[in-house]
Design a protein around this ligand. Structure first.
Ligand SMILES: Cc1ncc(COP(=O)(O)O)c(C=O)c1O
Length: 408
């Protein structure tokens, strides 16, 4: 059963939405760079610190409570990603986790090994693998992006992936232009060749219902600051792979999953906040279990966001001088809308928008291979307006008016 999407009720959950800029309400369209934080997440972090925190393995309440919070958050993340709690590990952010995982996973690679990365991905799901390949002498193959459709070119997958392929790294959705990739098709081919599939779900996590099994991810990594929580990275690694993974760890540190990947003391208050963020998402859906509520919620969120994003893309197409960078209609996209406006540097568009209370960003957003391929590197990259569940139709209409004002 799907709930109607009540955007006003959602907005009440975000204290930052009451912020004014030069006396105007702020419209946060910079979710792809980092969403605002839900009250449940803020409260969970505050509660943890106010009640007394501690390190793990103590016999006193603040320590045992800390362990409980970590366990509960692992369970919540497992439900969010479609994994098991002990397959979930925390870290500073997606990039740091991926660097650690790539270092461990590449331990068995040699000059006969190959890896596959994509031209569409954020470099956080490219460079760690390139560095590991370079260290091991492994060959790198690239899945190309079609500059017209902004989709991955999957026609020649059979030439890219072969029995020497050890790893295929692919993003679930592009943080620059919003394309949702057919990761399942890539994973199927990769698994047939015996390769590990590492999926970057950082951009997709706040927009797309996720289920590790249907995606076919062996490593699925995201960051809570994109889905209404604090700056904490989360990864789910398939049990067999994780157990065998020769992670770089200190000798006295635990050598079992998932703790063995969690170097040093974790961000306990942040991890408390991750659970709060997932509880916020779950509150938007219905179902008997947390997983069901999360999937239902994400379907509802995707519907709301798609409606707003479709309107924004359609309006942008009508504004003279706008070049829109989006996959064709009918192809699944997140509500992340990239464009350029003739006669203005991307940052100038952002400044004009900010002056009117619309917070949007410009750049290549580390999707630098894509920006290069589109000839946008060196000229400021894209302007990016990314929508979130707390954004409204009125905000989108206001933003369109502000852009039209710039053209006049
Ligand atoms: C698609 C994508 N992947 C990876 C990252 C890097 O994530 P983190 O900041 O958690 O390292 C980002 C950050 O913007 C992203 O959008």
């Amino acid at each position: 059963m799907q709930q109607m999407f009540d955007v006003e009720a959602v907005r009440e959950q975000f204290p930052a939405l009451s912020r004014l800029h030069d006396g105007r309400p702020v419209a946060y369209f910079d979710g792809p760079g980092g969403s605002q934080v839900a009250r449940t997440s803020i409260d969970a972090m505050t509660r943890y610190m106010e009640r007394g925190g501690a390190n793990l393995h103590g016999v006193f309440p603040t320590s045992t409570e800390t362990e409980e919070i970590l366990a509960e958050t692992r369970a919540a993340c497992a439900a969010f990603l479609g994994a098991e709690p002990d397959e979930v590990a925390f870290g500073a952010n997606m990039t740091t986790l991926t660097l650690a995982i790539s270092r461990a996973l590449s331990d068995s690679w040699d000059e006969d090994s190959e890896i596959v990365v994509t031209e569409l991905d954020h470099r956080a799901n490219v460079d760690p693998w390139l560095i590991a390949a370079r260290e091991r002498g492994a060959k790198v193959r690239w899945i190309g992006v079609d500059p017209e459709t902004l989709t991955l070119n999957l026609n020649d997958l059979d030439q890219k992936i072969n029995p020497s392929t050890k790893l295929v790294a692919v993003g679930l959705a592009s943080n620059a232009v919003g394309t949702v990739n057919d990761v399942a098709a890539v994973a199927e081919r990769a698994h047939a060749a015996g390769a590990v599939v590492a999926v970057d779900a950082v951009h997709a996590a706040p927009h797309v219902p996720m289920d590790r099994e249907s995606i076919g991810a062996d490593v699925l990594t995201c960051s809570a600051y994109k889905f209404f929580g604090p700056h904490v990275g989360v990864t789910a690694i398939r049990r067999g792979l994780f157990e065998e993974l020769p992670v770089h760890r200190l000798d006295p540190a635990p050598d079992h999953i998932p703790d063995k990947l969690e170097t040093g003391t974790q961000n306990h208050e942040g991890i408390a906040g991750v659970k709060g963020a997932i509880e916020f998402i779950a509150s938007l859906g219905e179902g008997a279990s947390l997983s069901e509520r999360l999937l239902d919620a994400m379907r509802t969120v995707e519907e709301h966001e798609a409606r707003l994003a479709d309107r924004l893309r359609a309006a942008l197409r009508e504004i003279p001088g706008v070049t829109l960078y989006a996959a064709p209609d009918g192809l699944r996209k997140t509500p992340t809308v990239a464009f350029r406006l003739e006669g203005y540097a991307p940052l100038e568009v952002c400044q004009h928008a900010a002056d009117h209370g619309f917070f949007i960003a410009a750049g290549d957003f580390y999707a630098s291979t894509l920006a290069h391929k589109l000839g946008l590197d060196g000229s400021g990259g894209f302007v990016r307006a990314g929508l979130a569940p707390y954004n409204t139709e009125e905000e989108v209409e206001g933003f369109i008016r502000v852009l039209r004002g710039l053209v006049r």
